[in-house]
Design a protein around this ligand. Structure first.
Ligand code: ZN
Ligand code: FE
Length: 256
């Protein structure tokens, strides 16, 4: 059994604590801050054993050095960005697998938001940590990559089993959904998801985890190869990467 605890951090980040009940190992995914991680570890009586980073941005790595110093645990991150991950010990990329307790964790290269970005798939537990590549109802901004790279990255994640739970790096679901509805207003899966999101947020609850099935149905960035969505953004017949680029450009300028 794998427990995943969401820790809200900074304005809208999530730090994820991952606890394997069989072996007792505990990983922290993208520690933006130290204090809330320490508080949660103390509350549960858990000892940290791994630090995992999806990408180099400070809102995902700022806690690395202090947590590593205190717990003397390895920092695991993207090989393509090893020079920008504070205190990195183990660098991984596409197709690599490492062990977390007795579980295999599979790594995907998912560039686009940053040059080196990885996602962690805990295959036997059905959990994906997607960082700032795949958000619920959205995707990361293209700071260091191109639309075709993001499309390739999202296509890998989209191919995971539909029941896979998706844990991403930010609580952006409501604003992502408002944008998604602006280009895909008749999508019933999207409308149902947004109704659920509004209830959760009104109650102060996270909208995560999502699932691959839900995102495939409702997330416009995973649907850039859908002819209806291409037509809706004026790009009927265009390649998916081009459609994704247009949707991302519109999202960058969307205000609602
Ligand atoms: Zn980021
Ligand atoms: Fe971020």
């Amino acid at each position: 059994m794998l427990d995943v605890i969401l820790i809200p951090a900074l304005a809208d980040n999530y730090i994820h604590l991952v606890h394997d009940r069989e072996s007792g190992v505990v990983g922290v995914v993208d520690p933006a801050e130290v204090e809330p991680v320490e508080a949660e570890l103390a509350r549960r009586g858990w000892r940290l054993t791994h630090i995992l980073n999806t990408h180099h941005h400070a809102d995902h790595t700022a806690g690395n050095e202090e947590l590593k110093r205190k717990w003397r645990v390895p920092v695991i991150g993207p090989g393509a960005d090893r020079d920008r991950i504070p205190a990195i010990d183990e660098a991984y990329g596409e197709g690599d697998t490492f062990r977390f307790g007795d579980r295999p964790v599979r790594v995907f290269d998912t560039p686009g938001h940053t040059r080196g970005h990885i996602a962690f798939w805990f295959e036997d537990a059905g959990a994906l940590f997607s960082g700032d590549t795949l958000f619920s109802l959205g995707c990361g901004r293209l700071f260091e990559g191109r639309p075709d790279q993001m499309w390739d990255s999202l296509s890998k994640l989209r191919a995971l089993p539909p029941e896979t739970r998706v844990y991403c790096g930010h609580e952006y679901t409501a604003s992502n959904g408002r944008f998604a509805l602006s280009i895909d207003p008749d999508n019933t899966a999207l409308k149902a998801r947004m109704a659920e999101v509004q209830l959760l947020r009104a109650d102060g609850q996270p909208t995560l985890p999502s699932t691959i099935a839900l995102e495939r149905a409702a997330n416009p960035f995973l649907r850039a190869d859908d002819p209806d969505l291409a037509a809706a953004v004026g790009l009927a017949g265009a390649a998916p990467a081009e459609v994704l680029g247009e949707i991302r450009r519109r999202k960058d300028h969307f205000r609602a």
